[in-house]
Structure formats: C-alpha cells, structure tokens
Design a protein around this ligand. Sequence first.
Ligand code: MG
Length: 382
Amino acid sequence: MSERPTVRVDVAERRTVRVDLAERGYDIVIGERLLETAEDVLAPVVAGRRTVVVTDAVVRDSHLPRLAQALERLDIRWDTVTIPVGEGAKSFRDLEALLERLLDLGIDRSTVLVAFGGGVVGDVAGFAAALFMRGIDLVQIPTTLMSQVDSAVGGKNAINTRHGKNLVGTFHQPRIVLNDVSVLESLPRRELLSGYGEIVKCGLIRGEREFGWLEEHAPALLAFDSGPLIEAVRMGCETKARIVTADERDRGDRALVNLGHTFAHAVETEAGHGALPHGEAVAAGLAAAAALSARLGHCEPSIVHRLRSHLRNAGLPDRIAALASNRHWNSGAILGHMSHDKKTVAGRVHFVLLRGIGAPFVDGSVPPNAVLEVLDNECRRG
Ligand code: MG
C-alpha cells in the first residue's frame, strides 16, 4: 500500500500525509520541533488573517510559547481562548461559552480557529469552527499521540450529552494538521501508550510489513526516538487518511477504523467513562477482536498470540482482564453494552474482524454466543 517505511529520519525531516478529499483535502505535516518553525506550514492558511488559538491551561502553559514565536513571525493579529481541562469540556455549556467568547472577540467569517491541544480541545474547537457563522477555517495542532494519529484526522467532532459520548457533532475538515512529535515528550507514559494502542490498530489494518515494523521499533518510538516516532505517526495518519478518504461521512468502510472498538466502547461503558485511557481499552479490544476472528475460523490463532505478545511488550493490556487488574469484569454486562453501541445498525452489532494482518472486514452476523464465549475468556484472570 505504501512506500517502504524509512527507519532513519534526519532530525529536520518532515513527512506529509495528504487527506485527499477534493476541495476539502488537506495535508498532515509531521516532524520534530515543528511548533517554533510552524510559520511556513501555517502561512498558506493563516497569513494575513485573524487567528484564535483554542487551547486548555495545561497545553497553554507548556507549549504555547513555542507556537507563539511562529505566530509572531507571521505578523498576524491573534488571540488565545482557553477551555476547561478534561472530558467535561465536551459539553453544550462549554461549547456555548467558547462561541460567546469568540463573539466577544469580534471575529468574523475570515478568522481561522486553531485547535491546540488533545482530543477534547480538537472536538470542542472543531465543533465551534463548524458552527461559528456557519463554518470558519480550522487548523488542528494536536498535542497527544492519540489526537495526532486519530482524532485530529478525519474531520469529526462531537460533544457528550447525558445520553452518552459523542452523540452530537458535525463533520468539519481542518485546512491543515500539524503534528509536532516533540510535544509528545511531555505526555504521561500512560497517555503515550494509550495513543500507541491506536497505532497498533493501524498496523493490524495495514499489513504484515507495518505490523512487523511496529514489533521491531516500538521500544525506540516509545522512548521518543524521533525517527521511528515520526514514522509511526505517519503510518497512523496515513491509515486513517486512506479510510476517511474512501468514506468521509462514515457510511461504510470507515467502520474499519473501529477495529477493536466495539469491545473497547463496551468495556469503557462498563468501567464508567473516563475510568480507563481509551487506547488501553482499544488494546484489549484488539485482542478480543482477534480472538473472536480466530474463534469463528476467520484467522489463525497464531495472530492472536502474536498480537497479545506485542501489546504486552509495549506495556499495554493484552486482554480485558489485564485492564484495571484489581477489577472483576462481567462478560455478560459487557455483551449487553454492545447492543447499545452507536455503531449498531438496525439492531445488529457490527464487528470488525480479521482474516489476517492487513485483512480487516465488517461482519454483522456474529452469533452472540460466540462473542460471549470470547468475552468469558478475555475477562478471566490468571
Ligand atoms: Mg479510538
């Protein structure tokens, strides 16, 4: 599918992934220490235009000074608006507060909104950009591994309501995504690993070469070796970009990016939202999806073993029982949550399964007893 990934990347090297959506197409630029030299990447979008950076207090304090250097060199009028830290900001209340704040600033339809932060900032700022005067330009500068490879790519945004997560939102593609891997060094280890869970998913979707590359290079990239880290982010973005390009509005093939997620979402619901890092639930979900694929005879059991050992070696849970390990997981309750998943179509749970590494497919007719059998095993301790 792709050119052979390079193992060594010069410090100054940048990689670009194109999200090919005709007039809504855009580039994802990936590299090291991009923030302080962001002016050339940002200029095609923001030069000569008023700009508002939406961020939270944590990202503002640790990373804004470096982005500010680039904005100053662009010689534009720019402001910063902060939203609260954490998932709670994905609410009607905080969205409203942000929109009112933008109106207070007196910005207009030609203003560019820059989402500078993790997934929450990307969602709330992206939603605000879609709504403000019926849509203004958006730039994504994600600052977590999870958002760099997943949520900042593809144009989806959403907030949570009392009915559940991500049920209210829009599609609003950014004009550019800037992924500076240097900001990832300040992430807590657990958050870095959580993002890596989505990269493992991408390797499984892509093929033997990509998954094998991750097996070989995970220790280096998780130790912030910039060459492998840039390559892993590139592979993750490219995987998401290809799938999004094929199905921008999430009506068919985009489901493939949900490999492991039917299990992950059900486990997250059972744990209580926010109790587990998303990527840990995804890691356990990938193992469960592979085990279900093997149980149904779609793939070799050796793939399940290989995936579990890669997850363990990386420091991720390799089964549901390895999540929050002091907890007893109830397989029946997890199965129950699946039928309420947003991705359920006409009452049927759609699983993304594997015929092998690089061969995901959607199956809407998996017998519930097979799922329960797999869940029993994935939840069993010891
Ligand atoms: Mg995910």
